[in-house]
Design a protein around this ligand. Structure first.
Ligand code: ZN
Length: 174
C-alpha cells in the first residue's frame, strides 16, 4: 500500500499488538492480559492477549490527542505501555514492552510515557512497611494525603507490581 503519511479519520485502524517482557523473569505469563486502549481518556477498545502475548484491537480514531495503551497486569496493576499520537498505517503492527523501557531526558531523569516530562514523574516503591501517604497542608489550609513521600510514589502493595514509575500529572503508572 502506498502511504503518504495521511489517513482519512473515518477509517478504522486494525492493530496487531505484540507484548514482550520488559523484565527478566520469564516465569511471568504474557497470556490473557487485559489490554485497554483509551483516546483522551475515553475507552476505545479492549482485548485479551493470547498465549503468545498477541492481541488485536480495532477502533475508529477521531481527533484524539493521543492513544494510550494499558495492560491490566495480574488484574490490579493497570500500567501504561505506550502513548502514541498517530498510527503509521490502517493496519499497524506494534510491539510493546511490559513494563515499557523508561526514557530519560538530557538530565538523565525518567520522563513520563504520556506527557514526556520528568517534573511529576516518581519512582514507585513497593512494600507494606512503607508509609502510603504523607500529610500535606495546602496553601488554602486544606489537608490532603499524598502517596508521594520523600520524592517517591509509595504503592504499598504486598505484591510488587510491574510498574516502575508514576506520573502525578496524568495519574498513570508505567
Ligand atoms: Zn505524565
Amino acid at each position: 500500500m502506498l502511504g503518504l503519511g495521511f489517513r482519512a479519520a473515518i477509517n478504522p485502524v486494525y492493530i496487531t499488538g505484540y507484548i514482550k517482557r520488559g523484565f527478566s523473569d520469564t516465569s511471568i505469563s504474557l497470556s490473557q492480559i487485559p489490554i485497554i486502549v483509551k483516546g483522551d481518556n475515553k475507552l476505545l477498545a479492549k482485548a485479551l492477549t493470547n498465549k503468545n502475548g498477541v492481541f488485536e484491537v480495532s477502533f475508529v480514531p477521531d481527533k484524539e490527542k493521543s492513544f494510550d495503551f494499558f495492560a491490566a497486569y495480574m488484574g490490579f496493576d493497570t500500567i501504561l505501555i505506550a502513548s502514541v499520537k498517530m498510527f503509521e498505517s490502517d493496519t499497524p503492527s506494534m510491539t510493546f514492552l511490559l513494563p515499557a523501557k523508561p526514557k530519560r531526558n538530557a538530565l538523565g531523569q525518567v520522563v513520563c510515557l504520556k506527557c514526556r516530562k520528568a517534573d511529576k514523574t516518581y519512582k514507585i516503591r513497593y512494600g507494606d512497611a512503607l508509609p502510603t501517604t504523607e500529610r500535606q497542608i495546602l496553601e488554602n489550609g486544606d489537608t490532603v494525603y499524598s502517596p508521594i513521600v520523600d520524592g517517591h510514589y509509595n504503592a504499598g502493595h504486598c505484591v510488587a507490581g510491574l510498574a516502575r514509575y508514576y506520573c502525578d500529572r496524568d495519574k498513570i503508572r508505567f
